[in-house]
Design a protein around this ligand. Structure first.
Ligand SMILES: [Mg+2]
Length: 384
């Protein structure tokens, strides 16, 4: 079945509450919705994260999208290799392996969704079949103050979450207060993970990890600048708390470097880093060869990514049991089904066809209008 058209639409889907982390405050998911249309009238959907500029990202997606026209939905690997070569290896610049993954992720997703709908089966079935029946997620605490975060942690534990994850990296004293109050709120039996999002240098990381150890923290995620795996290894070498690599790993080559260097106990990886479903599976296999698990990474994304990641995670052998879930942050979504509410921190592996979601075109129109009006009323580069 051949692809006849690729449509792109910038969207803004707002969060319920502002999202506080080491990089400031984020108010919603800004994405480029991608629709791949086939000659028999089917539509496959994906999305690409629109940062740092929806105008710029949309232009790159549309350039890449030209390579899809006239190609079979069952040739995504060849199509994506052609896109990558054309846009990001052209003339030997090789300047953007990570940006390339971000740009191409939504197109790759949309081709898989179209392929599944064409074949009449779930994407995970096309990938060889699921090896589990459900995906487990951590409870992601939200709030600005330590008291708000601790209260949210209590709510999430009451909802059945066994792993709680929170953002720190917001200043030494506030970080300590957050961790102390969250631990006090949830009791001893809940597993706690915290993410400073690169806010610490190795000296500060060593000091903070030493201070946080008394609160029985299971894992600290990407404490230092992502550009140095050696710094991450240095921190891990002196840490009594397990260390995860997040922004340091985007693709299978990064994962290979991290695991062979012994820089991380856990690899945090998402479709928007790897460039879609298949490169995620390949990168996970590299971690599996080193005996290390992969945790699904979340960005500011819609239910489209939640569903796509669910299918990719269903087929890898080394999935962590505390994956990142972002859908509950949204005030609304652009899919009308399935229901993505978690039960005891878990979501079933989704069925098909494709990724198994129904797009809500009215919600898409509203999110597109919100993006248009927000962009026209804000200064260039203003954070959403
Ligand atoms: Mg992280």
């Amino acid at each position: 079945m051949l692809i006849t058209n690729v449509c792109t639409t910038p969207l803004l889907v707002r969060n319920k509450v502002p999202y506080h982390w080491a990089h400031g405050v984020t108010y919603g998911a800004e994405v480029i919705l991608i629709e791949v249309q086939t000659e028999d009238g089917k539509s496959g959907y994906g999305e690409t994260i629109a940062t740092p500029s929806a105008v710029g990202v949309k232009a790159f997606v549309e350039l890449a999208g030209r390579h899809l026209i006239g190609k079979s939905v069952f040739m995504s690997r060849q199509i994506m290799a052609e896109c990558y070569h054309s846009l990001f290896q052209a003339h030997g610049t090789c300047s953007a392996p990570r940006f390339g993954g971000q740009i191409l992720a939504g197109l790759e997703m949309a081709i898989w969704d179209a392929a599944g709908k064409t074949a009449g089966c779930a994407v995970h079935e096309l990938l060889g079949g699921k090896v589990r029946n459900e995906i487990d997620y951590f409870g992601f605490i939200q709030g600005e103050t330590a008291d708000e975060l601790a209260l949210d942690a209590t709510r999430l534990v009451e909802q059945g979450y066994r792993v709680i994850y929170g953002k720190i990296g917001r200043g030494e004293q506030l970080d300590i207060e957050i961790v102390q109050k969250v631990r006090q709120a949830v009791g001893e039996s809940v597993r706690l993970r915290f993410d400073p999002n690169e806010a610490w240098d190795p000296l500060m990381a060593t000091r903070m990890i030493h201070r946080l150890a008394e609160y029985d923290i299971e894992m600290i995620e990407q404490p230092c600048d992502h550009r140095s795996l050696h710094a991450l290894k240095q921190i891990k070498g002196s840490s009594s708390i397990a260390i995860a690599a997040d922004q340091s790993v985007f693709n299978l080559a990064d994962v290979y470097d991290a695991v062979t260097l012994g820089a991380a106990d856990l690899i945090v990886l998402g479709l928007h880093e790897t460039g879609g479903v298949m490169p995620f599976i390949e990168a996970a296999a590299v971690a599996a060869a080193a005996g290390i698990n992969v945790c699904i990474h979340g960005l500011h994304e819609t239910g489209i990514t939640t569903c796509a990641a669910n299918h990719a995670a269903a087929v890898i052998t080394n999935l962590d049991d505390g994956n990142q879930y972002m859908n509950h942050l949204l005030s609304s979504d652009i899919i009308s089904s399935p229901n993505l509410d978690l039960t005891d921190g878990s979501l079933p592996v989704l069925s098909g066809p494709g990724f198994g979601f129904e797009i809500d075109l009215d919600a898409v129109d509203r999110a597109a209008e919100d993006h248009r009006s927000t962009m026209s009323n804000s200064s260039p580069g203003a954070p959403i």
